[in-house]
Design a protein. Structure first.
Length: 326
């Protein structure tokens, strides 16, 4: 099969089609999304070598459990041992023995086929098209901020960043009845901020550097930049909360004294609940297809990564197989 392989350099390769092990399914990938983490891997993040990609939707072609055959699925990316204490507590995504699809010791979805444990699969309802289902993984990560920050009602909430993850987070917060009713997105790209407004999200008329220090009780950092955390710490008010979403290869400097003196709560937030994301998409509460900037065939994967460098670009999808698209 064809696959986008990274071994210090990204290239299209012909590789062996994977074979499902016991308890696994072979899935033909219909669509796969390129995200910021994929781009950071190219810079050295996680020291990954193999097939990239962890956002996907596809169709099961082989599986011992026959009820899965022909089903459209998405898959949770953390493959845990199932036996350690963290797994027993339902925290398999933090399992010390875990592999992570396309990120840690497990090949990903930028290929014609991928194998996944059946326990990691979620059925995609017929009402959700492939172009929306491919957003389940990042939407789940976006919705996780509600749990990670233990959000209480506040009109002073800001999302730093105007990329695809930031706009998903802003929509989740905007539509959550228990969180802020006025979520502000702050970014640097006029085209992306315009898209945020089309999605019903408020954006700031001034740049982040001109916002008053200590003016927000909740700051979600989703800039994808090493400078994002320092800016988030500047903007959060005493006893406020900063949720850090960016995964970057570079170190992020910030003033730890403010963390102590102003008693700031700093929260890391990574993966989220796929069932929650599917419910949000099924209910039409989150708009995702408007974030798609371009689609590329798998054979043009290198071109797709180059296309993402455009400042106006939000989401790029790869089309590895014909799949069943609704």
């Amino acid at each position: 099969m064809k696959a986008l392989w990274f071994d210090g350099q990204l290239e299209l390769r012909e590789v062996e089609t994977p074979r499902p092990k016991a308890g696994e399914a072979l899935i033909r990938v219909s669509l796969a999304g390129i995200c910021g983490t994929d781009r950071e891997i190219l810079k050295g993040y996680s020291n990954f070598r193999g097939i990239l990609g962890h956002e996907f939707v596809g169709q099961v072609e082989e599986c011992e459990e026959k009820q899965w055959l022909g089903k459209r699925v998405v898959g949770e990316i953390n493959i845990s041992c199932g036996d350690c204490s963290l797994c027993m507590w339902g925290l398999g995504r933090h399992c010390p023995q875990r592999t992570v699809v396309g990120i840690v010791n497990r090949d990903g979805a930028f290929a014609e086929y991928i194998t996944m444990p059946v326990v990691n699969l979620h059925l995609v309802p017929d009402s959700i098209p492939d172009e929306a289902a491919v957003f389940v993984e990042p939407l789940a990560a976006a919705a996780e901020v509600l749990e990670a920050a233990s959000i209480v009602p506040s009109p002073r909430t800001v999302v730093l960043g105007d990329g695809r993850l930031a706009l998903l987070i802003a929509q989740v917060l905007h539509g959550n009845e228990t969180s802020a009713t006025k979520v502000t997105v702050v970014g640097k790209h006029a085209v992306k901020l315009h898209q945020a407004r089309l999605l019903g999200v408020k954006t700031s008329d001034i740049g982040v550097e001109k916002l008053p220090a200590g003016s927000f009780s909740l700051v979600i950092e989703a800039t994808g930049s090493p400078d994002g955390l320092a800016e988030a710490m500047r903007l959060v008010e005493p006893r406020g909360t900063v949720v850090l979403k960016s995964t970057i290869n570079e170190r992020a400097p910030f003033d730890t004294s403010k963390l102590v003196v102003d008693e700031i709560t700093l929260v890391g937030s990574r993966c989220g609940n796929f069932s929650t994301a599917l419910e949000l998409l099924g209910a039409g509460k989150i708009k995702v297809q408007q974030l798609i900037s371009q689609k590329f065939p798998l054979e043009s994967g290198l071109e797709a990564f180059e296309y993402l460098k455009q400042k106006s670009c939000l989401k790029v999808l790869l089309t590895p197989g014909s799949g069943a698209s609704n």
